[in-house]
Design a protein around this ligand. Structure first.
Ligand code: AMP
Length: 412
């Protein structure tokens, strides 16, 4: 078993086996030895690359036995990510007696305080709620030995960096610090200089490229036909599970209503929903009760939802890096997936920015037998066809056999 050569602890190896992992992913291959050596590491791998195991397995290996004081702190930008990482850690740690707790806002303090009183080894938290616990005197970080700043660029976007700094000031200086970020903007560089000690960088693939396993195309359409095209796509695409991204919470609610009226089993995920509603939406989507999840970027960032066959960007993302994150929901851990982006005239600027960011032209395609109304977008793309519409995708089958069939969708 290829994991053997790392020298992970026996209970971790049992955990790996129970998870069914046989070969380490590229980031695991490169990061696990460095983390075991005690180095600070900057990882620029995207979500879906196995980065949680890349940091969790070596850290948990080093922790050994339960000690009832927080020795590991993992900061996450959103509640969903925190919950997801906590679950992964529980899975990896199931053959140890280590205890893990997750702290995030939007829920009561009772259970979180109880966990702190009982004594935990590993804390996974969003910055705001952790600071509340610290300020209320419920939580001390004096014994932290391993600190993980996950999705650091998103913490920056969400305005959490000042909170992160306040938290870091309460951790011992002699600690191991690991930072994961898909992009490294200047503010993160500054944080790295301030918080890390001689870090090694582990960069997996080009930082800005979408996963190679994702086939992604653009559907230009007149604004007035966006909803019709969405419904037609869902009708014709052979999907198992699909995430539809919308720009705003309101837009997500509207899209969900539309899909419900058209008999799709839909869940919605955005930050105006209660924690319980969000958990139910995710759980229902994971276990297949809902085959469509409508989400906003913040809610969906980094979520590990297995078997997403398709991503549809109902709205073009405003930030190019969100494009990578969105389409990263499909094509996870080497499974192939398809990502479609609906583009109306006013999106041209954002699409151009995305194409610059990923250094790729994204193919424009038309849905066969859909009654398109005229849009100037089609004109713009015409001269020198290859640049715009992809001839390969105007036929009944698309992209040499990737499953864009016109068969009715498969039921699970
Ligand atoms: P992450 O990037 O940590 O969100 O992980 C993405 C998915 O890949 C999760 O479902 C993991 O359980 C899975 N995964 C992580 N490492 C491996 C591995 N070595 N082999 C197979 N699947 C893995």
């Amino acid at each position: 078993m290829a994991f053997l050569k790392f020298g992970l602890s026996a209970p971790m190896m049992e955990g790996v086996r129970a998870m069914g992992y046989t070969d380490p992913t590229p980031i695991q291959l490169r990061a696990i030895p460095l983390i075991l050596e005690g180095k600070d590491v900057i990882g620029s791998a995207q979500t879906g690359t196995g980065k949680t195991a890349a940091f969790a397995l070596p850290i948990l290996s080093k922790l050994g036995q339960h000690d009832a004081r927080p020795r590991v702190l993992i900061l996450e930008p959103t509640r969903e990510l925190a919950a997801q990482v906590e679950t992964a850690i529980r899975d990896f740690a199931r053959f140890t007696n280590l205890s893990v707790a997750v702290f995030f806002g939007g829920v009561g303090y009772g259970k979180q305080n109880d966990a702190l009183k009982t004594g935990v080894d590993i804390i996974v938290a969003t910055p705001g709620r952790l600071l509340d616990h610290i300020e209320q005197g419920n939580c001390q970080l004096n014994d932290i030995q391993h600190l993980v700043l996950d999705e650091a660029d998103r913490m920056l976007d969400m305005g959490f960096l000042p909170d992160v700094r306040r938290i870091l000031e309460r951790c011992p200086r002699s600690r191991q610090t690991l930072l994961f970020s898909a992009t490294v903007p200047p503010q993160i560089e500054t944080l790295i200089k301030w918080a890390m000690h001689n870090p090694e960088t582990v960069e997996i693939g080009a930082r800005r490229s979408p996963a190679e396993t994702v086939k992604h195309v653009i559907y230009p359409v007149a604004d007035a036909q966006k909803t019709d095209l969405l419904l037609a796509l869902l009708d014709r695409v052979n999907y198992d599970s699909v995430i539809i991204f919308c720009r705003t919470k309101h837009g997500a609610d509207r899209a969900a209503q539309l899909l419900k009226r058209n008999n799709h089993a839909v869940a919605v995920l955005h930050s105006n929903r209660t924690q319980r509603e969000r958990e139910q939406a995710l759980q229902g989507f994971r276990d297949g009760r809902f085959e469509v999840l409508v989400a906003t970027d913040i809610a969906a960032r980094g979520l590990d939802i297995a078997d997403v066959s398709h991503v549809i960007n109902y709205d073009v993302p405003q930030h190019p890096e969100d494009y990578i994150h969105r389409i990263g929901r499909t094509g996870r851990a080497e499974a192939t997936g398809d990502a479609f982006t609906l583009m109306v005239a006013e999106d041209c600027k954002h699409v151009a920015a995305i194409e610059r960011f990923i250094s790729q032209k994204i193919a424009r395609v038309k849905l066969e037998n859909f009654e398109y109304r005229y849009t100037a977008l089609f004109e713009e793309e015409k001269p020198g066809q290859p640049k715009g519409f992809d001839r390969r995708v105007t036929g009944a089958r698309v992209h040499g056999g990737y499953h864009f069939g016109f068969a009715k969708k498969r039921k699970r």
